[in-house]
Design a protein around this ligand. Structure first.
Ligand SMILES: [Zn+2]
Length: 342
C-alpha cells in the first residue's frame, strides 16, 4: 500500500525504518498542504502494522486485515475529523472510550484529521491521552497548520513532513490511472500546486473547458479597442455569475476561478520573459502564444497585472460591487498589456 502513494518517499522511508526497528512512537504528526497523501499514508501504516502477510515492510493488500482497513470497517483504524468547523470534545471522548478496548489486531491506528480544528477542550482532553497512551495504539495527527496546535501536543509527536507532489509524478499518475491525455494531465498537475486531492477535484468539474475561454479573454487584451474592453468587463462581471455551470467552482465561484486562471497566464509570461524553462509553464496548451507574447511584454507590467488581479480577489471577497471591480481590473490589464516594448 505504501507503494501506491505518489511521491513522499522520505516519509515512507522514515515510517518503514521505524517499523523495521520496531521503534514506533506513540504519536505522529503529519504536516503538509491538503491532498498530498497524509491520510492515505496513515491507512498504509495501519495496514502494514496489521497485515497478516506483509512483504518487505509493506502490506499485502489482500488479507482480511488489509481489506477491512481499506474498506473502512476495521476497529483498528479510527478516523476523527472536524464536524462542521471544529473537532469537539465529544468526539475526543468517544475516541478515548474506544481506546479502553484492546486492538483486535497488532495495533490500532487512530487518525485525527485537521488536528488544528480541535477546540481547546478537545485538545486538552486529547493531550491527556497522549500523555498516557494505552498500549497497542498509535496516533496520527494530520495538519496543514502545525503552529495552531498546542505545543504540548506537538512535542509528544514525531513529526513527519509531507511535501507537494512533483508535477511530473502527478501528471504521470493522471495519464496512467485516470486515462487523461498528456496535455490535460500536465495542466491539472500544474494548476494544483502540488496537491493531488485538489487536482482530482478540479478534474471532476468542467474547469478545463471554462479555462480555455477565460484565457482567450486575456489573450485578446493587447491592442483591443476601449469599447471592446468595456464590453469584455461587463461580460466578465455579469456572465460568470449567470451561467449554469455544472459545478460551483473549486475556488468558490466562477469569477474567482477566472481570476486565478488569469494569474497562471501572467505567471507563465513572467517565467518566459525572465528566460525560465519553457517546460515549466502551466498553460502548456497555449505555449506558442505565450512565447510570442513574452517577446513584447515588460516584466514590470506583468508584475503589476498580477497585483491588480490580487486586488480584485480581495475586493470581491469583501463584497465590493462586481461590475466596478471587473471594469477597473480589465481596463488596467488592458492598459498594461497595451504598453509593449516598442
Ligand atoms: Zn495484508
Amino acid at each position: 500500500m505504501f507503494s501506491r502513494i505518489i511521491g513522499q518517499e522520505r516519509a515512507k522511508k522514515f515510517l518503514k525504518q521505524a517499523m523495521a526497528k520496531d521503534k514506533m512512537p506513540h504519536a505522529y504528526l503529519f504536516t503538509g498542504i491538503p491532498g498530498i497523501g497524509k491520510t492515505t499514508m496513515a491507512v498504509a501504516l495501519a495496514m502494514a502494522l496489521n497485515c497478516r502477510e506483509p512483504k518487505g515492510g509493506d502490506s499485502c493488500g489482500r488479507c482480511a486485515c488489509c481489506r477491512q482497513i481499506l474498506g473502512g470497517n476495521s476497529p483498528d483504524f479510527v478516523v476523527i475529523e472536524p464536524q462542521g468547523q471544529f473537532i469537539k470534545i465529544e468526539q475526543v471522548r468517544e475516541l478515548n472510550r474506544s481506546l479502553g478496548f484492546a486492538p483486535m489486531g497488532n495495533c490500532r491506528v487512530s487518525v485525527v484529521r485537521r488536528a488544528e480544528a480541535m477546540t481547546d477542550e478537545a485538545a486538552n482532553s486529547f493531550l491527556k491521552t497522549l500523555e498516557e497512551p494505552p498500549p497497542g495504539n498509535i496516533f496520527v495527527l494530520s495538519t496543514t497548520e502545525p503552529y495552531d496546535l498546542l505545543p504540548t501536543i506537538v512535542s509528544r509527536c514525531q513529526r513527519v513532513a509531507f511535501g507537494p507532489i512533483p508535477v511530473k509524478d502527478m501528471s504521470n499518475w493522471f495519464v496512467k490511472e485516470m486515462d487523461k491525455d498528456e496535455e490535460t494531465a500536465g495542466i491539472l498537475a500544474n494548476i494544483s500546486g502540488g496537491s493531488l486531492g485538489r487536482a482530482i477535484e478540479i478534474s471532476k468539474t468542467d474547469y478545463l473547458d471554462r479555462r480555455q475561454e477565460w484565457l482567450l479573454r486575456v489573450l485578446r487584451l493587447p491592442g483591443m479597442p476601449k469599447d471592446k474592453v468595456m464590453e469584455l468587463a461587463v461580460e466578465c462581471a455579469t456572465g460568470e455569475g449567470k451561467r449554469g455551470f455544472k459545478s460551483p467552482g473549486y475556488l468558490g465561484s466562477p469569477i474567482m476561478e477566472m481570476l486565478f486562471t488569469w494569474k497562471t497566464w501572467y505567471r507563465d509570461l513572467m517565467l518566459l520573459s525572465a528566460g525560465g524553462p519553457p517546460d515549466q509553464i502551466i498553460n502548456g496548451d497555449f505555449s506558442h502564444k505565450l512565447k510570442k507574447m513574452a517577446e513584447t511584454t515588460i516584466m514590470k507590467n506583468l508584475i503589476e497585472s498580477v497585483l491588480i488581479i490580487n486586488r480584485a480577489e480581495i475586493d470581491l471577497k469583501r463584497n465590493r460591487n462586481v461590475s466596478l471591480v471587473m471594469e477597473h481590473t480589465i481596463l488596467t490589464l488592458s492598459r498594461l498589456a497595451g504598453r509593449g516594448r516598442a
